[in-house]
Design a protein around this ligand. Structure first.
Ligand code: ZN
Ligand code: ZN
Length: 807
């Protein structure tokens, strides 16, 4: 039986509580939306104006100065500009503008431009292309619109700018408005369409183009290659004979990317004149695809080797795990660049040879952000989080890979609060989260069961346009399942257009854990109907769906036919599900027989399933046997001691209960204190049994009394002799009424708006009495109460639980 979350650390809840209570996470998340991502064009525009290097620039002044070229601010001390100027002076000024722009000094360029008494179209064009160079697209467009007489260069610069800025619509509009066009204009449109995947449109431009040059031919060839249409590329290539080496390399590179090395080699052997790119493409093609001997042969033959050729060999050897060979080439390299260093460092990191990696990193003369990232990722993946953090704190510049590596490192070790804190800090730093950071943070969110934070991340994802696709979709799906919102999980599942096996497995397992076995099976059926082949994980989900919902016959049939139908051999998880399933139905003999016939030794989980079944049906003898096996394999499994101890208690064997307690004490097994928590308005409220620390204690207890009264009126009698599952402490009869889950549920009813479900999480299994009481409460208050315990979700509605009273 899979455990979702065995132990939940109090401290973590408190820290997270602190973060949320101070509005740190939520406020900063929303702040980052406006500052980090520029949610709309409008805010982007404002930001450009406010943060641009032309600090005091106001639109009005810009406009005024176009009509009045005199310097507007007498306090500035500019070079004096004569009223009549020679051509050479204008050329000089234009050069100055260009130089300012090239060094990123947009404000100096503008002030120069404003002071010029005479301007040529070259001056205007220098400003437009300068702004574009500095990613000030809006300012470039303003300049272009104000320009009194545009020439061909102005139009071409502006169209190219639109294309680079991803604004194909505007590029097309300008292109259609142009009084005359040259090859540059046509080629700009062609490459714009090609780069954005509009191959047909690119081809239309190419066909309409009056004077095609080699750039146009290479442009359309690249359009096909970049979009993976190698057959069309080949056809085009064969329709013309005047290709240059760029074209040959482009086509060859396309084949390499498609891993069609034979085709690539065929071209390589026929290139009239090979350049470095040809050699490098072919060598790295071989190297990346594991054909190291071919790569080495070409490398030895190659007439010119540059740093890329060498690096291709180093990376190839590293990627194929041949670290010694990689090191040999690396040491022989006459000139190394950062890529070569990073490749060899990554190689040592992958082999967990941390010391050598660190040595190389320290010796590296040209560290760039990738080098730091390689080290941080390596440390984080080796669970050396402190070393990773040390480098992360020291690194001069961070990118989203750095943030992703350190956040994933913390999340992987279960340091959820630190992962979230860093995520908030990243947003504050203005770094944009990529898909992998989002999916990491979504898993963290699932770990801490914060549906509210999960909802916010969901909204943020869609705002920044990362919400589609299976990668983030699966993380969202899992988050909603684990945070207890299975309906929303299903909505997400339906929205994922490119579902992969993980999407299907997640929703099936999700429904199973929430006790909606039939839903899980319905989805499984539609999965097989749509031609997706189930894997081992799918079948664990399917069998546990049957087991959680008591569908014994269906489950048994799936178990015995999955090999024939899907080629899946049962593993120990499948057997555990089956034993659970048979045990639930009271077929303890069948369960035991199945265990005997297992092709491998049963593990602790399998014995645990048998123990659980024995408890339900009061078969103490079988329970003892199963427990004995679990203790042998997992001497520290506190849950099993308590389970057995409770079985003794249920059959009145109090002496054995005492022995179990002694045994637990002697073997140093620690009881895990039971507690429950729930999220209300961005705060986590945690309760332990008989808790009196919560500020609303009095109100909660009074309400529980009231509920108790109403329950008794309905005829419900609490039975302290009921078998208790997990916690010794909670066994005390007078405490029964104040178990943590009851306190949490009462608090939820009092504080969560009517009509909304109450979601409570518990670190241990819910006890029988609480289970019964919560069922009745759900009926008398008319609320949906969802309780996640250490084994599964219980949906209490109208006096019934989705688990069918088996858990
Ligand atoms: Zn209880
Ligand atoms: Zn239940």
């Amino acid at each position: 039986m899979e455990r979702w979350m065995t132990i939940y650390n109090h401290r973590k809840i408190l820290i997270f509580h602190f973060l949320i209570a101070n509005g740190m996470i939520l406020r900063k998340l929303s702040a980052s939306l406006t500052t980090g991502y520029g949610a709309s064009c409008h805010s982007m525009h404002l930001r450009l104006l406010h943060t641009s290097c032309i600090r005091p620039l106001k639109k009005q002044r810009l406009r005024r100065n176009f009509h009045n070229p005199k310097p507007s601010n007498p306090k500035r001390s500019p070079p004096t500009i004569a009223p009549i100027v020679s051509d050479s002076t204008i050329v000089q000024w234009n050069t100055t503008i260009t130089n300012y722009m090239r060094s990123g000094q947009c404000d100096s360029a503008l002030s120069m431009f404003e002071k010029m008494s005479h301007r040529t179209s070259v001056s205007w064009n220098a400003m437009i292309s300068g702004y574009l160079l500095n990613n000030r697209f809006d300012l470039a467009r303003q300049m272009f619109d104000k320009m009194p007489e545009r020439d061909l260069v102005s139009w071409n610069v502006m169209i190219t700018g639109c294309v680079r800025n991803g604004n194909l619509g505007m590029a097309r509009k300008l292109f259609d408005q142009m009084p005359e066009r040259d090859a540059v204009s046509w080629n700009a449109m062609l490459s714009g369409y090609a780069q954005n995947g509009y191959v047909e449109e690119a081809r239309m431009v190419f066909d309409r183009m009056p004077n095609k040059n080699s750039i146009s031919w290479n442009g359309i060839l690249a359009a096909y290659v970049q979009n993976g249409r190698m057959d069309d590329a080949r056809k085009l290539f064969e329709s013309n004979s005047a290709w240059d080496v760029i074209s040959w390399n482009c086509l060859m590179g396309g084949y390499v990317r498609k891993k069609k090395l034979v085709d690539a080699r065929w071209l390589f052997d026929r290139i009239p004149i090979r350049d470095e790119v040809s050699w490098n493409t072919m060598i790295s093609g071989y190297a990346q695809n594991g054909q190291l001997s071919e790569a080495q042969k070409l490398f030895d033959e190659s007439p010119v080797r540059d740093v890329y050729t060498w690096t291709a060999m180093v990376s190839g050897y590293v990627q194929n795990g041949m670290l010694d060979e990689a090191r040999r080439v690396f040491d022989e390299m006459p000139v190394k660049n950062s890529v070569s260093w990073n490749a060899i460092i990554a190689g040592y990191m992958q082999c967990k040879n941390i010391d050598v990696a660190k040595e190389l990193f320290d010796a590296m003369p040209c560290k760039n952000v990738s080098s730091w990232n390689t080290m941080i990722t390596g440390f984080a993946q080796s669970s050396l989080i402190d070393l990773a953090r040390d480098l992360f704190d020291k690194m001069p510049r961070r990118d989203c890979i750095s943030w992703g590596a350190i956040i994933a490192g913390y999340a992987h070790l279960g340091h959820n609060e630190e992962a979230l804190r860093l995520f908030v800090e990243m947003n504050r730093d203005g770094e944009k989260a990529n898909r992998s950071i989002f999916s990491c943070i979504l898993s963290t969110c699932a770990e801490i069961t914060s549906l509210e934070l999960g909802n916010q991340l969901h909204a943020q994802l869609f705002k920044v346009g990362l919400g589609s696709g299976w990668y983030v979709g699966n993380a969202l799906l899992a988050m909603y399942c684990k945070c207890g919102n299975i309906d929303q999980a299903y909505v997400i599942f339906e929205e994922i257009a490119d579902k992969d096996i993980v999407s299907w497995n997640t929703i099936i397992a999700g429904y199973a854990r929430h006790g909606f076995g039939k839903e899980a099976l319905r989805i499984f059926e539609s999965m097989t109907r749509s031609g997706v082949k189930p894997d081992e994980v799918t079948m664990v989900g399917v069998l546990s769906a049957c087991s959680h919902s008591g569908l014994v016959d269906i489950g048994t049939e799936y178990f015995y036919t999955m090999d024939r139908d899907y080629g899946i051999t049962a593993n120990s998880k499948h057997y555990t599900c089956m034993i659970d399933l048979l045990g639930r139905a009271g077929r303890l003999d069948d369960a035991q027989n199945l265990m005997k016939n297992m092709p491998f030794e049963p593990d602790a989980a399998t014995w645990g399933a048998l123990l659980g079944a024995s408890r339900i049906y009061g078969n103490t003898e079988l329970g003892e046997k199963a427990a004995e096996m679990v203790f042998q394999m997992e001497p520290n499994n506190a849950g099993m001691y308590i389970l057995l101890s409770n079985m003794y208690a249920a059959s009145g064997r109090w002496a054995d209960v005492g022995t179990m307690r002694l045994k637990m004490r002697d073997s140093g097994v620690k009881k895990v204190p039971g507690y429950s928590w729930l999220h209300v308005q961005n705060k986590i409220h945690t309760f332990s049994v008989g808790d009196s620390t919560h500020p609303e204690t009095a109100r909660i207890y009074a309400y529980l009394e009231e509920l108790d009264f109403r329950l008794k009126k309905e005829g419900y009698i609490s039975s302290p002799k009921l078998v208790l599952h997990d916690v010794e402490e909670e066994e005390k009869e007078h405490m029964l009424k104040y178990h943590s889950e009851k306190l949490a549920v009462a608090f939820g009813i009092l504080n969560i708006q009517a009509g909304r479900p109450i979601r409570v999480f518990k670190n241990l299994r819910v006890c029988t009495d609480c289970h019964n009481v919560i069922k009745h409460i759900s009926k008398i208050v008319g609320r949906l109460i969802i309780v996640r315990d250490s084994h599964r979700f219980h949906h209490f509605r109208d006096g019934v639980c989705s688990c069918g009273d088996y858990w």
